[in-house]
Write a protein that binds this ligand. Structure first.
Ligand code: GLC
Length: 769
């Protein structure tokens, strides 16, 4: 522990501190100014300096080289009674005895104080009681574990906590504990699960005044106790690595999300077709069956842009091969799908089958590209293909090789890759911590790189596709780390067709979005277990508004395509998939906004209205952008639901009725209706319904204008490549004056729409009287 503060010294944007009784010689605690509103707090316990894999590009390089901060932003450093005061225009850090750091906003409001007491668990369960419980198989965490690296920070009574990636449970994470250790656990996920597939050690605290974020950039196993053991503080810690966290100050949650994505990167524009409907199943048994799926999508008038090929397309689950027994000609199937406007996405797992003469295995062995045991043998575990070996994605050479391997899929005509099992999963027990991997330029261990394995696989895939296709690579991943949003979209893994999981879908996707992962979705209808017609219909109504809209389910479960549940559910599916296709230009605008600001497309109400008490724990509504509020039904049998509308005037999307916000209402919600409300003054850009994104519909843009006033920007480009980064796009300013919209082109770089139609929506006061 650090004692009394002895002295400090300023080196560039860093302030180093010396304490009486520093517990580790050489571990000089440091606070570094990264930007006007972001400070880094660092203790080099491991003696490695920063080793961030989440913050990349120029800032990442500077941080890793030890010259990361921004001297220009550091206004002053001075010693006063309270401690050493570090100031920028927006943020003040006060560093005192014990290396306690408190943060204040520009107005001098306390944003976050270090907790000065010792950890004290409220559980108070005796050893004898624990032993008794263990006999019956109960797992009780008991007394709190002290971590070698640990930070405690105060919580106030009203503080709410958000973020942390894909954790289960509710929007507000306060009072729960979590672990960051990418985990493939196929059991139905419950609120008390500590770890899932992704590790995003970023949390946000919403306070009575202001908000802030903590990004604990340590990719070893990390632990978060968010006021579970004690209501007065939260804790984050680790056994290895450094104390290396970023404090991100803000007035609002949006400021914090934008600060976090400034550090770790913003999810880039995807190709427009990826916003279409995706049909998937593990697995379609034969060429005939999968062709039938594409045909039936069209026969039933269901728009669809993509069919996913699960592991069965491979020859004995060997990556970068095609199963010639199931498919006479895989490339022909894909080409025929393309004719129908349907693209193919194929699954790729990291586990490479251990098989003599299998080219991927042989190449990897020859080049030394697989993880090894400490004794230097290639490490073997088991996944779908049986005995399998693990590419060492932390090695830049391996990433390059893996990127080049994508050529096999690209040549087949595949349009995107779905990276699975990349925690990495293993069927013969977990990989031991000491399996030898690489972490960029140095040897490392599984324990140290486990949490970035999926991240590095995604990076390899993204870079391979970018280089070879020049299009925006479409990658989906199950496992990832902070910053993976630069390379990949994600889905939430193996949920179940149960009502608890449709309820969980909303907060889970919203927290992922606020944790940088914008383009996310759940398996619509549920993966494991059998969906009911009602559950499926309601899940389509959430999928319709999720960035990734993919219906997927597991081997052995009932068929789950939209026509499998009878006429009523088919009609509901047609209605919501069609609505999705109408909303494409709106969704595309939102994706553009995410790339520019980091603010996700799908948002919890609290991200838009963070001063409204009624939305801090609102788990069953969300916003699509800033203009549309979606209130899906997530209760079995419910045919009406309570809806909360934040301040302002709203219009019921289905009836046009005007509703005053800041209040609760009860909305009828028969099975075919998902309540939707649109903000007064909104303009919603729409397309006519089409069967797939590329289908030419006379290039019409429809602007649906609601009564009231508002100004928006609409974005348009070719939906495919990176030309927009060189200016190949159009931007239009839309000014809505009570249903009359002025359209002004503010950036010209792409072809014009054939026609822009303006439609008034919502019922005006006069019409209602
Ligand atoms: C994993 C994936 C699932 C996939 C299955 C077979 O369980 O999470 O989506 O269908 O493996 O590849």
């Amino acid at each position: 522990m650090f004692g009394k503060l002895k002295e400090y010294c300023v080196e560039g944007a860093k302030v180093y501190f010396t304490y009486e009784g520093s517990r580790e010689a050489g571990a000089r605690p440091c606070v570094e100014v990264v930007s006007e509103s972001i400070f880094n707090v660092f203790i080099d316990y491991a003696g490695t300096g920063h080793c961030t894999r989440a913050i990349e590009g120029e800032l990442g390089e500077r941080l890793n080289a030890g010259t990361g901060g921004d001297i220009a932003k550091l206004e002053s450093v001075s010693q006063e009674e309270a401690g050493v005061i570090i100031r920028t225009k927006e943020l003040t850090g006060v560093v005192s005895d014990g290396f306690h750091v408190d943060f204040y906003d520009r107005e001098g409001n306390l944003l976050s104080a270090a907790y000065r007491g010792k950890r004290k668990s409220g559980a108070g369960v005796s050893e004898a009681a624990l032993a008794l419980l263990a006999e019956e198989g109960h797992e009780i965490s008991g007394a709190a574990d002290e971590h070698k690296i640990q930070e405690l920070r105060c919580l106030d009574a009203g503080d709410c906590i958000y973020g942390l990636g894909d954790k289960t449970g509710f929007l507000n994470k306060r009072h729960y504990e979590y672990e960051m250790w990418n985990t493939d656990n196929p059991d139905p996920q419950e609120d008390n699960f500590k770890a899932l597939y992704k590790s995003i050690p970023f949390m946000m605290v919403l306070r009575e005044k202001g908000a802030y974020g903590i990004f604990f950039d340590n990719h070893n196993r990390t632990f978060f106790d968010l006021g579970k053991e004690n209501n007065d503080y939260y804790m984050f810690g680790a056994e290895e690595g450094n104390l290396d966290y970023y404090f991100i100050g803000g007035k609002s949650l949006k400021d914090v999300v934008s600060g976090y994505t400034y550090l770790t990167g913003r999810a880039p524009m995807q190709q427009m077709w990826t916003l279409g409907y995706h049909q998937s199943r593990w697995g379609y048994d034969s060429e005939e069956e999968i062709r039938g799926i594409a045909r039936k999508m069209r026969e039933h008038g269901l728009p669809c842009d993509c069919i996913h090929f699960d592991i069965d397309y491979m020859d004995h689950f060997k990556v970068f091969t095609w199963n010639k027994e199931r498919y006479t000609d895989g490339a022909k199937v894909i080409a025929d799908f393309k004719e129908m406007g349907i693209k193919a996405v194929t699954i790729i797992d990291p586990g490479v089958k251990l098989e003599k003469d299998y080219y991927v295995y042989e190449e990897g062995v020859k080049e030394g590209y697989f993880a090894k045991t400490p004794e230097g043998e290639i490490y073997v575990n088991q996944v779908w293909p049986g005995d399998a070996v693990y590419p060492d994605f932390g090695n830049p050479q391996v990433r390059k090789w893996w990127g080049e391997k994508q050529k096999f899929l690209i040549d087949m005509g595949v349009s995107g890759v779905w990276n699975d099992m990349n925690e990495p999963a293993s069927f013969r027990g977990p990989l031991p911590d000491d399996v030898v991997f690489t972490d960029e330029d140095k040897k490392s261990t599984h324990g140290q790189v486990h949490n970035i394995y999926g991240h590095n696989m995604a990076k390899a895939t993204y870079e391979g596709w970018k280089k070879q296709t020049n299009k925006r690579p479409f990658v989906i991943t199950r496992a990832c780390y902070s910053g993976s949003q630069k390379y990949t979209t994600a889905w939430t893994g193996d949920n179940h067709s149960i009502w608890a999981h449709i309820r969980m879908a909303i907060p889970q996707l919203c927290n992922l979005g606020m944790s940088g992962m914008n383009f996310v979705g759940t398996d619509v209808g549920g993966f494991g277990s059998d969906s009911t017609p009602e559950l499926f219909a309601r899940w389509m109504q959430i999928g319709c508004f999720s960035p990734l809209f993919r219906n997927h389910c597991a081997l052995g479960c009932r068929m789950q395509e939209p026509w499998q549940f009878g006429g009523e559910v088919l009609a509901i599916s047609q209605k919501y998939i069609s609505l999705r296709y109408e909303l494409l230009p709106y969704l595309y605008d939102l994706m553009r906004e995410t790339e520019q600001t980091g603010i996700p497309m799908m948002r919890p109400l609290v991200l838009e209205y963070d001063r409204d008490e009624n939305v801090k724990n609102r788990n069953d509504e969300f916003m699509l952008g800033d203009r549309m509020l979606i209130a899906p039904v997530v209760e079995q049998g419910a045919r009406e639901r309570m809806v909360y509308l934040p301040e302002g005037i709203w219009y019921d999307y289905w009836t046009g009725e005007k509703v005053e916000g800041g209040s609760f209402l009860v909305r009828k919600a028969p099975l075919d209706l998902c309540p939707i409300y649109v903000k007064a003054g909104a303009v919603i850009p729409k397309y006519p319904v089409r069967m797939c994104v590329g289908e030419d519909k006379d290039d019409i843009l429809i602007l649906e204008a609601y009564p009231g006033e508002g100004t928006y920007v609409h974005y348009q480009d070719n939906g495919e490549d990176f030309g927009y980064r060189e200016g190949a796009y159009n931007e239009y300013r839309l000014v809505n004056r009570d249903g009359k919209v002025d359209v002004e082109k503010i950036h010209e770089g792409y072809r014009d729409y054939g026609k822009i139609e303006i439609k008034t929506a919502g019922i005006k006061d006069a019409e209602m009287r």
